[in-house]
Design a protein. Sequence first.
Length: 413
Amino acid sequence: MSDRLEPPKRYKQPSSTSQRRDPSGEDNTIIKKNKPLSFLKSDIFTLGGIDIPFFALTMALLTIGLVMLFSSSYPYALQHRGDSYYFFKRQLLFALVGVVAMLLASKLNYKLLKIAVKPLFAVTVILLVVVLFYHTNQGDFKRWIPISGFTLQPSDIAKFTVILTLAAYCSKYYDKMKRPIHGIVIPLSIIALFCGLIFMEHHLSCTILVFCIGASIMFCSGTNEKLFFVGVGVIVAVIALVILKPDVLMHYAGERVEAWLDKDFDPTGARWQTNNSLYAIGSGGLFGVGLGNSKQKFLYVSEPQNDFIFSIVCEELGFFGAALILLLFALLFIRGIQIAIKCKDKFASLIVIGIVAQVAVQTILNIMVVTDTIPNTGIALPFFSYGGTAIMMLLFEMGVVLSISRKSNQKKV
């Protein structure tokens, strides 16, 4: 027996502020516990620098969008509102509010969004139901809730809600996404709820968009590929049925499909917007007629500040100007995917994927409508088309991506 005494072993006690991590190494803690509020800056605010290329692309598209909105809208605004600056002033105000929201969102810890999932889900569903009974008088369309001289479009909020809800669900059940129930049935039920309510607003384009956003998140979260592509096949079959029998859709949607199939169908009605859009695009040539010099915006392209604004862009800036704008959209999408790949948090990655998928799909569908590649679905062009709720929500989403980019840019030491 040795007479030498050994010092007692000391074990490092786990700190009360330490974060729990799952086996994949992801940080699932939202707010650290047992910590005074004055020391919660790292929990509420995100450290690190934002992704400058993504921010620059966002601001470039927003700036060009505002310039083109004014250029395309002033004749229509003067004729119908008595003020050439009507749409531009309102859109500028919404954009400024949106930029502030973007900058604030870029500083906030994106993990706080996990707390907001259920309340936002409930509020969005309530708004989607309310708009069916209380809405502006726009014929058969039930899309806008009037609020003190302004309107709120719940479907624009629903896009982000779907992204957030599916990102939270798919990241939580990531290891079970190969199973039919967890990977197909439940996420499809979430998507179907929102698509059903939006479809009841007579908003077919947004219904398609929300479905595409949800499908993108499902695919990237590892859902069963065979079942996923079976579902895609069913959707393709439904689209083929609609093309062959347009009368199965609502009256306005079926008429638009007929107008797309038959180029001579109702040239002063259902085909009017599309025909004049093609005239505008063709008039632009390679270099355009010059900023502000469009002729089709003088009450030929109906409401040129909305869905068909890209036709005025093509007329005034030409092929090269339009191609440059599409390149900016493509770079924004690519940069967003790079941010999603760099971030190790599945919840954050899926949010970014959903947001950039929204912008990409919406842009592609809008260009296809304007060029008569698909039927007129009434879908807006991000950053360009007039719409207060749309631009504010879009810029807020850009802020969320920038917040996540701060996490992606942090280096471990």
